[in-house]
Unconditional design. Structure first.
Length: 215
């Protein structure tokens, strides 16, 4: 079996990390991304149908509390002045965008299945948020390049996703059971991205990372 190409840094310096009855998982030895073998990916329609099963109700108090893990540190960084923001991968219930709008910021949303408005990808933003979406990216290097184009100088990129555990714990890790979760990140991966793209990086809470683009 030949090594799969890392979908984040494009190296072939990869090795098998784990395997279960459904899928094979590779780990990049360069950027530390863990990713699902390309042969085991869902079709786009099967992926969309799975998202429709998610209960992302904008009126759900528990969901709001969950999203506040990212919203609170992001709002602290943004300050009082009104900023232009994009919630990237908002899903069928764009509650985070609503929360950030309630805090006074001007929000746009984008999602390949539920808010596919290419117009919002033609302007620049003071900040981009991405909660529980980056793990769904088939080719995360593509989104990274796009985000860097969409962010204004000194702009913020705030991401929430679960960091993967070691190989032994990964075997029974609940987060990988979702068939649409295909790209798994670690703190080392985010530090590599910060270095690669000359970004400042902070880890304000568990599962949350905030990048700042250079001026």
């Amino acid at each position: 079996m030949s090594n799969e190409v890392c979908p984040l840094c494009h190296t072939t310096h990869t090795a098998i990390f784990s395997q279960d009855q459904q899928r094979l998982y590779w780990q990049c030895q360069h950027c530390c991304l863990v990713f699902v073998a390309r042969a085991d990916l869902l079709s786009p329609e099967a992926e969309r149908q799975h998202y429709l099963l998610h209960n992302n109700d904008v009126a759900d108090v528990g969901y709001r509390q969950f999203l506040s893990k990212l919203a609170n540190p992001l709002l602290s960084e943004l300050g009082k002045e009104v900023k232009q923001g994009l919630d990237f991968g908002c899903g069928p219930g764009p509650l985070l965008a609503k929360m950030l709008s309630e805090a006074g910021h001007a929000m746009q949303v984008w999602d390949p299945f539920f808010a596919n408005n290419p117009d919002v990808l033609t302007r620049q933003y003071d900040f981009i948020s991405c909660t529980e979406a980056i793990e769904h990216f088939v080719n995360p290097s593509r989104e990274w390049q796009l985000w860097l184009e969409l962010l204004k100088p000194t702009g913020l990129l705030a991401i929430m996703t679960k960091y993967y555990p070691d190989a032994a714990a990964f075997t029974n890790w609940y987060y990988k059971r979702d068939p649409t979760h295909i790209s798994f990140f670690s703190m080392q991966t985010f530090q590599w991205l910060a270095q690669q793209y000359h970004l400042q990086v902070a880890f304000p809470t568990n599962d949350v990372v905030i990048f700042r683009k250079a001026g």
